[in-house]
Design a protein around this ligand. Structure first.
Ligand SMILES: Cc1cc2nc3c(=O)[nH]c(=O)nc-3n(C[C@H](O)[C@H](O)[C@H](O)COP(=O)(O)OP(=O)(O)OC[C@H]3O[C@@H](n4cnc5c(N)ncnc54)[C@H](O)[C@@H]3O)c2cc1C
Length: 463
């Protein structure tokens, strides 16, 4: 079927205003949060109800048209780039919080709800959804579920899959299914909720989710510790956890990021520090007091040059805003930033950072490290320029070495950003072929014609 005819059929399903086909619109939906991946879709479609998704997928499946689901387009692995063209299915108009059930600590939401909007609504009821990817201003629950996203508080609270109780989704063949339920305990058959969570939009399009919530902690405290060398900061993280204290967040920022924060916010943090750790302790007042005392004591014992405590919520908020500014600074620091996402055992974090620094020094590349130190999840970011082929290739080679080093250190290819397009080339090199074959077989069951987000996670059979 010609795309023009196909567009008319889609307009019959979702309404004319919800199908975009102009060159400019197709360009807008051709990329995501990665620096290097882009491909224009043929059509952009906005469903507003599950039945629209059902009808669109049925039609696409019959005509073997690729469909790439998309939320806020903030992922950093190429997940929502429509690499085979076809339809980009944008879920942002399905953005209703359908219900909040405080007594059962759960909420039912449509997939296009933006995380920040959900947290704002939940805070009014003294509740929260713990996973906190730092893209919360634009990321949708559908995208967060598809990426099994994490974030700073995952040290204490875990990642998205621990907070998805049930899913309403549409299979690529155009069949609506419901997995899981609304209770925390549920061992009825295979755990398909967990399978779809983290499947990067390759198995089903999520249209609604039942989320597990927690009561908002009544108290929290932010502590900042500065270190004159990176290994000491790594050692501190291990000793705090070993002392039986699990802060909600332990974030690591290197000297480059600290200087950027000062430049952007004028906070005046000491710039001679090699590394800064940011902690947040939360819970009841006495738990927060106890945990904060432990954190401060260990930081001082290990040899922090300075320990700062945010004594009021406004100051704490300023510190965490600064942390976000640091992340933004990384992305804006060069024409192209190869922002990585690896996880290593936390006991080997300092050693890994030293390896990253050595790799980049040898190649004469600027690199900065920011990360969720509590769970060994680090984001080394290499500065380059895709328009300068020699420099860019050098940077890509360094990134390859960094990823291989993470695996060598007993870590994983991706801690929270997913494989998408970005890390496919490492899958064969680092994973058991049986694991890849099992995934392919599962994909074939869900998507016999391979129309849903094709070309992602593993290299194609042809590749
Ligand atoms: C500044 C910044 C900070 C970040 N910080 C973190 C962080 O701290 N922790 C972390 O884990 N991640 C982080 N991320 C990445 C994070 O994975 C994404 O921001 C988020 O998960 C994607 O949500 P989205 O709605 O933008 O989805 P998109 O980017 O649109 O899509 C992501 C994937 O989900 C699929 N998808 C989208 N919606 C659906 C749906 N309804 N059904 C099925 N599949 C769907 C897409 O096909 C794609 O594969 C960050 C990203 C940025 C840019």
């Amino acid at each position: 079927m010609a795309y023009e005819q196909f567009a008319n059929r889609l307009a019959d399903i979702v309404g004319k205003a919800n199908v975009l086909a102009s060159e400019e619109d197709r360009k807008v939906y051709s990329y995501d949060g990665t620096s290097t991946w882009t491909h224009k879709p043929d059509l952009v479609v906005f469903p507003t109800e599950t039945e629209h998704v059902e009808a669109v997928l049925k039609l696409a499946n019959e005509n073997r048209i690729p469909v790439t689901p998309r939320g806020g387009g903030t992922n950093v692995s190429g997940g929502s780039v429509p690499i085979r063209g076809g339809i980009v299915l944008v879920m942002t108009k399905m953005n209703k919080i359908l219900s909040v059930d405080a007594a059962n600590l759960s909420a039912r939401v449509q997939a296009g709800v933006v995380l920040m909007d959900l947290q704002t609504a939940l805070a009014k009821e003294r509740l929260f959804f713990p996973p906190d990817p730092q893209s919360f201003l634009g990321a949708t629950l559908g995208g967060i579920i598809a990426e099994n996203a994490g974030g700073p508080v995952c040290l204490k609270y875990g990642v998205t899959k621990q907070y998805v109780l049930g899913l309403k989704a549409v299979l690529p063949t155009g069949r609506i299914v419901e997995f899981g339920g609304s209770t925390v305990k549920n061992v009825v058959g295979y755990d398909l909720v967990s399978l779809v969570t983290g499947s990067e939009g390759t198995l089903a399009v999520v249209t609604e989710a039942v989320l597990r919530l927690l009561p908002l902690p009544p108290a929290r405290k932010t502590i900042i510790a500065l270190f004159d060398d990176l290994p000491k900061s790594g050692e501190t993280v291990g000793k705090i956890l070993d002392a039986g204290t699990i802060p909600a967040k332990i974030e690591l920022l290197d000297n480059w990021v600290v200087r950027s924060i000062n430049r952007i916010t004028g906070m005046g943090l000491p710039e001679d520090a090699a590394a800064m750790l940011m902690f947040e302790c939360d819970g009841t007042e006495d738990v927060v007091e106890h945990d904060s005392r432990n954190v401060i004591r260990v930081c001082e014992e290990v040899g922090a040059t300075q320990v700062l405590v945010a004594d009021d919520p406004a100051k704490a908020q300023a510190y965490w805003k600064a942390r976000s500014a640091g992340f933004a600074a990384v992305f804006g620091a060069a024409p192209t930033v190869l922002a990585e996402d690896v996880t290593v055992p936390r006991t080997r974090m300092a050693e890994f950072i030293q390896r990253v620094t050595a790799i980049c020094k040898k190649a004469d590349l600027e690199v900065t490290v920011i990360g969720h130190a509590g769970d060994g999840n680090l984001h080394p970011s290499v500065m380059t320029d895709a328009k300068d082929p020699a420099h860019f290739q050098k940077a890509q080679r360094a990134v390859d070495e960094i990823i291989e080093a993470a695996v060598e250190f007993g870590g994983v290819l991706s801690g929270e950003h997913g494989i998408g397009l970005e890390k496919q080339k490492f899958m064969r090199r680092t994973q058991d072929p049986i694991f890849i074959d099992l995934m392919r077989n599962i994909k074939d069951i869900f998507d016999p014609n391979g129309i849903l987000n094709p070309g992602k996670i593993w290299e194609d059979r042809s590749g």
